[in-house]
Design a binder for this molecule. Structure first.
Ligand code: SR1
Length: 370
């Protein structure tokens, strides 16, 4: 098992907490400056209102993050958010990845349980490979947070990004742009819970919109998903010249589809409707003549933060909602270009709903940002 450790700096936590308390005190006092300050674009991080539980002293709480996948923009941003939040809260985050190998992920999960992690976050995975070890964890009293995977037990807290809404938002843009008539190339791989939920929406969408039909289906998830999807998409577009839209609800799929459309010179004809966002994705969407015109997404680093907060609350014996849903937003090429948005930080400022510091809020730490 590859384990990367994020150890909190207790001094850093204390300084951050003190600064937040001082700032809160300032904002409550009378203003001595004459000029009114501009309203902040993102909600101010709430100040800590409690001292950390004793168990959290000195980084003694170990949360195991057990991942199925780790390559690609989405998973890298998610991890960065989780690590920043672990540091802010004062937990040690032990990270392992199956790197796409489900047996390896199951083994890593078994190991985390055997080593008596304070809590476990299971990040993606196939139900049949992770559920036995999740059962072991909950039976041993180890709290479990399951992101984008069915834990098979009501004892675990689940997190997802409201995948039905992700697909609805992206398909809503496709319908609007095509006027409800289009032959669509669909990118999908079964077995990944978020993709399966998005597929349920696509299936219903086709029934509700008979003018929109699926010309072909492609898809692969591996360590170079975008390149593999690009090859498949090129072949599918050549075999199906009537295609005018691609529904690719994962950013690695959308990036691959964009490469294929560009290589075939079909930018004027074929538009791409995706999911997820990253600074690199924003670059692809906003470049001149880009076929990727809309995506529905959360801020992945925000989701990683929520997972760590939920795990910490469970360790502290505090209340957490049983099923946490992080709402996505529709992000169009027009909006990014018109707003001059070039990175995720600017995007979150433009759409503050992408930041959710109050979901699974930990009272003893200010949520991490950036
Ligand atoms: C292979 S599953 C990829 C998806 O997981 C997360 O839910 C992201 O949104 C991504 O689209």
């Amino acid at each position: 098992m590859i384990i990367l450790r994020s150890t909190p700096s207790s001094l850093g936590v204390a300084v951050a907490a003190l600064a937040a308390v001082l700032m809160a005190g300032c904002s409550q006092g009378p203003s001595t400056t004459a000029a009114p300050s501009a309203a902040p674009k993102t909600p101010a991080a709430p100040a800590p209102t409690a001292t950390p539980p004793a168990a959290f002293a000195g980084g003694a709480v170990h949360v195991s993050l057990v991942r199925q996948l780790s390559s690609g923009d989405y998973f890298e941003q998610w991890l960065a958010g989780a690590q920043a939040e672990a540091k802010a809260i004062g937990v040690t985050l032990d990270v392992s990845s199956g790197e796409g190998n489900n047996d390896k992920q199951a083994l890593n999960l078994e190991q985390a349980v055997n080593q008596k992690a304070s809590a476990v976050i299971v990040d993606h995975g196939f139900a049949q490979t992770v559920q036995p070890a999740i059962k072991k964890a909950t039976s041993a009293g180890i709290p479990v947070v399951a992101f984008d995977v069915d834990p098979g037990t009501p004892d675990a807290v689940t997190i997802d990004q409201d995948d039905h809404q992700i697909a609805e938002q992206s398909l809503g843009a496709l319908k609007k742009d095509t006027g409800g008539t289009a032959k669509v190339l669909y990118v999908y791989v079964a077995g990944f819970a978020p993709l399966d939920r998005r597929d349920e929406t696509w299936t219903q969408f086709k029934k509700d919109n008979p003018g929109i039909t699926q010309a072909a289906r492609i898809g692969v998830v591996n360590s170079s998903t975008a390149a593999a999807v690009a090859d498949q998409a090129k072949a599918a577009l050549q075999a199906n010249p009537g295609v005018t839209a691609i529904f690719a609800p994962y950013d690695e799929f959308a990036k691959g589809a964009a490469l294929a459309v560009k290589e075939l010179g079909l930018q004027g004809k074929v538009k791409i409707y995706g999911a997820d966002i990253s600074t690199a994705d924003i670059g692809v969407i906003t470049e001149a003549n880009s076929p990727w015109v809309a995506t529905a997404a959360t801020d992945p680093s925000n989701v990683g933060r929520i997972a760590v907060r939920a795990a910490a609350l469970l360790v502290a014996g505090q209340q957490v909602d049983h099923a946490l849903k992080v709402p996505p937003a529709l992000i169009t090429q027009d909006r990014l270009r018109q707003g001059g948005i070039a990175n995720v930080q600017q995007l979150v400022q433009a759409i503050p709903a992408l930041s959710t510091p109050d979901v699974a809020r930990v009272a003893w730490a200010a949520p991490s940002t950036g």
